[in-house]
Each structure stands twice: as structure tokens, then as C-alpha cells.
Design a protein around this ligand. Structure first.
Ligand SMILES: Cc1cc2nc3c(=O)[nH]c(=O)nc-3n(C[C@H](O)[C@H](O)[C@H](O)COP(=O)(O)OP(=O)(O)OC[C@H]3O[C@@H](n4cnc5c(N)ncnc54)[C@H](O)[C@@H]3O)c2cc1C
Length: 389
């Protein structure tokens, strides 16, 4: 039996086809380019255009709004397979589909759906999620960006930080407060067009993901039509909260994909690298690393698929299950990246091999979409009865 055959439990024929399509695309269209793009700091716009033509930027959006109309398990499989090849491309899928598209599907007016959802789902436009601020990302209720009503518009002011893809996105999903004294009840979700007068997006100098266009974004008296409010005034937390499980599910699926890339790289290397007259895969201590890595990746995969299956079965919110999957999969992913460097020895740091790069990329997944400290707090609070759905 091959390892890949393990993955087929419970998947429908259609889900297997989606996985095969995403894997084939990742191997043929992404993997041959990803290291060169990394070295050049080049945003993978051309790859994203091809992904869009295959429906990968709007997987769960209904077909009548330009999406692929797929189930959640299929969405997870796409995230996993694309992340196996490229963190950035997978990040675009998950930002665009989980928070922005899903938010518009659930809370958008018909006009917003036609104007924004259709081109986003078709991948004709890219979206950024502008939540995190310089003052903090975990405590969203204390965000400082504001909107002030002015006739048919709002005037948006504030600053956001770590905003992925911001110079390439033409739709920003922005959280800002209409009344800061009301804390989370004052927060609104808005669709803001980029470029608009008063918006500046400047790439941050990060140690990793230099091709991800992760930016600081300033809003200086930006005029946003009131018709671009998503949901109700003060309902921004509801919009974000209703899709948190999908966002965490997609990040968890990406973690499984990147951890699987570590397994792939290690199996290849352990069968090639010779020390003491035999390939290093013959050494039991290397075998132990490989076996533990394979089992933990498979366990994480099971937790991720379970979230997709629960959503497909109609569970409205899978918050606890999604937090558990995100926590476990991101921890497994970081450990797999550390172990992959160990298996590669000094060559784990070589620019010619991807495993050294994986580690910094994977670490981000323990921080984004709710840090793992917040996931642990949530899980414990649900278990203790301090928090409930
Ligand atoms: C590469 C990258 C891409 C990103 N892309 C986006 C994006 O597209 N859009 C966006 O809006 N944001 C994005 N982010 C931001 C990310 O979501 C935030 O970094 C994250 O939410 C944490 O916020 P913070 O960095 O302000 O850390 P802080 O909130 O300041 O947290 C610092 C530390 O304190 C801990 N902590 C905070 N509160 C608690 C608590 N109550 N209990 C226990 N521990 C706590 C945290 O877990 C963390 O360890 C991105 C970040 C990175 C690195």
C-alpha cells in the first residue's frame, strides 16, 4: 500500500477528482516556479489567473454567483493540495473564499453579490481581509479604525498591518468602528474598493513570504458608499464570527498540505542520501522521525476532513472542531518543518531545497486566523462551559 491510498477514506468520487485536479495543477503549474518566485520576491499573479480559470478562487460560492459550488471537504482538499506546493497561492484561496466570499454570500445584498461576489468568485478580482491593526490583532474589539456617516457615504480612517496581497487586491474587506464606546457592538464590515482616494498600501519588510505582498494599509478620509456596508451597522463581528470556522478549517487544511510537503521531501531525501554506506532511511532514528511525522500529519488530516464533513452535513457552526483542527494541524506542521530540516542535515538550510523556507512559512500559521494561544483558550473555555455557541 502506498501512503496516498490512506488518504482516500470516505471521499466521494467527485472529491477525489477535485483533489486530483488541484494536485496536478500544483505539480505542473506551481512547483516548477515557486523557488524562482521566492528568490525574485515575485507575486504569483500569473499562477493565480490560471487557478481562477479552474474555479479555485471561489470553490464554495454557488454557481449562480460565479463560483464552483463545491462542498467544504472539496474546498479543504484544494487548500491542502495547493499549500503542498505554495503558501502564497493557498493563502489567496483561503483569504478570498473563507472570509470575503463567504461573508458576501451570507450577508451581502443582491447588488453587492453582483458587483463584488461574482468577479471575486471567478477570480477576476482579488480580495484582502483588513482586520489586524498596529495596536493588535488578537483583541479585534479594540480596533481603532473608524467610519463616520456623511450623506450617502462613510468616511473611513485608520491603519491596518500585515494585510496579505494588499497591492494586488481590488476589494478590501475592512473592519472599522462606527462608535468605539460600543466596543465589538460598534464594529462594521465594509467592502472598500482599491484603489480609492486616500488608500495607501506599502509592503512590509518581513523575514519570510517576501513574494506574498504583505502590507501596511492606511485609510485617510476614504469615501465608501453606505451601500457597501456588509450586514448591519455594528454587525461586523457577526459577519466575521459566522465564518471563523471556515477560515480556521482552510488554514488547518493548508497546514496539512505543507506538512505533507515535508513528508514528501524527507522520504525522497532519506532514499537518496548515503552515509556509512547506506541510505539514511535505513537508520532507525531517521525512521522514527519519518514515522512520527507521517502519523501526526495523518491524524491532523483526519481532524481537518471531519470539520469539512460536519459543515457539509449542515452543521451551522463548527467553531470548536475548527479551533481544534487549526491548533493541531499548525502545531503538527511546524514540528514537521523542524524535523524535515533535521532529516536533511546541513542541506536543510540550503536555498536549493525548500525545507528551510517551509519552517518560517509554517510558523505564520500558528499566528494567523487566531493565534494558537487564542485557540487553546477557546477550546478550554468550551470544555469548561465558560463559553458556548
Ligand atoms: C504573514 C502574515 C500574514 C497575515 N495576513 C493577514 C491578513 O491578510 N489580514 C489580517 O487582518 N491580518 C493578517 N495577519 C495578522 C495576524 O492575523 C495577526 O498577526 C494575529 O492575529 C496576531 O495579532 P498580533 O500580531 O497583533 O499579535 P498580538 O495580538 O499582539 O499577540 C501577541 C502574543 O500575545 C498572545 N496573546 C494575545 N492575547 C492573548 C490572550 N487573550 N491569551 C493568551 N495569549 C494572548 C498571542 O497569542 C501572541 O502570542 C498576518 C500576519 C502574518 C504574520
Amino acid at each position: 500500500m502506498k501512503l496516498d491510498e490512506l488518504h482516500d477514506f470516505g471521499l466521494t468520487e467527485n472529491q477525489k477528482m477535485v483533489r486530483a485536479m488541484a494536485r496536478d495543477f500544483a505539480e505542473k503549474e506551481i512547483l516548477p516556479k515557486v523557488e524562482a518566485y521566492e528568490r525574485e520576491g515575485r507575486y504569483p499573479r500569473d499562477i493565480l489567473e490560471k487557478m481562477a480559470s479552474l474555479g479555485m478562487l471561489g470553490p464554495t460560492v454557488p454557481e449562480k454567483y460565479g463560483g464552483a459550488g463545491l462542498d467544504y471537504v472539496s474546498y479543504g482538499l484544494i487548500c491542502e493540495e495547493i499549500a503542498r506546493a505554495c503558501w502564497i497561492c493557498a493563502s489567496v484561496i483561503s483569504v478570498q473564499n473563507s472570509l470575503v466570499n463567504s461573508g458576501i454570500v451570507k450577508f451581502g445584498t443582491e447588488e453587492q453579490k453582483q458587483k463584488y461576489l461574482v468577479p471575486l468568485a471567478r477570480g477576476e478580482k482579488l480580495a484582502s481581509a483588513c482586520l489586524t491593526e498596529p495596536g493588535g490583532g488578537s483583541d479585534l474589539a479594540s480596533l481603532e479604525s473608524t467610519i463616520t456617516p456623511d450623506g450617502d457615504d462613510y468616511i473611513l480612517n485608520g491603519s491596518k498591518v500585515f494585510i496579505s496581497h494588499a497591492q494586488h487586491s481590488s476589494v478590501y474587506f475592512v473592519l472599522a468602528s462606527i462608535d468605539r464606546t460600543r466596543k465589538h457592538k460598534g464594529i462594521c464590515a465594509l467592502l472598500v474598493e482599491n484603489p480609492s482616494p486616500g488608500i495607501t498600501a506599502t509592503p512590509l519588510k518581513l523575514r519570510t513570504l517576501k513574494r506574498g505582498n504583505i502590507c501596511e494599509v492606511h485609510f485617510d478620509n476614504v469615501r465608501v458608499p453606505r451601500s457597501n456596508l456588509l450586514g448591519e451597522e455594528g454587525g461586523g463581528f457577526r459577519v466575521v464570527g459566522s465564518n471563523l470556522d471556515i477560515g480556521r478549517f482552510s488554514v488547518a487544511a493548508r497546514c496539512v498540505g505543507q506538512a505533507q510537503a515535508c513528508v514528501d521531501a524527507c522520504l525522497k531525501y532519506a532514499n537518496e542520501r548515503v552515509q556509512f554506506g547506506q541510505t539514511i532511511g535505513h537508520f532507525q532514528m531517521v525512521q522514527r522521525i519519518l514515522a512520527d511525522m507521517i502519523v501526526s500529519v495523518e491524524a491532523a488530516r483526519l481532524m481537518v476532513y471531519r470539520v469539512g464533513q460536519l459543515k457539509d452535513a449542515g452543521l451551522g457552526r463548527a467553531s470548536l472542531e475548527a479551533s481544534m483542527a487549526k491548533l493541531m494541524a499548525s502545531d503538527v506542521c511546524v514540528k514537521a518543518c523542524v524535523d524535515a530540516i533535521q532529516v536533511h542535515g546541513g542541506y536543510g538550510f540550503s536555498e536549493d531545497l525548500p525545507v528551510g523556507r517551509f519552517l518560517m512559512e509554517a510558523k505564520v500559521l500558528q499566528i494567523g486566523e487566531g493565534t494558537n494561544e487564542l485557540q487553546r483558550a477557546l477550546i478550554a473555555e468550551y470544555a469548561l462551559g465558560i463559553r458556548s455557541y
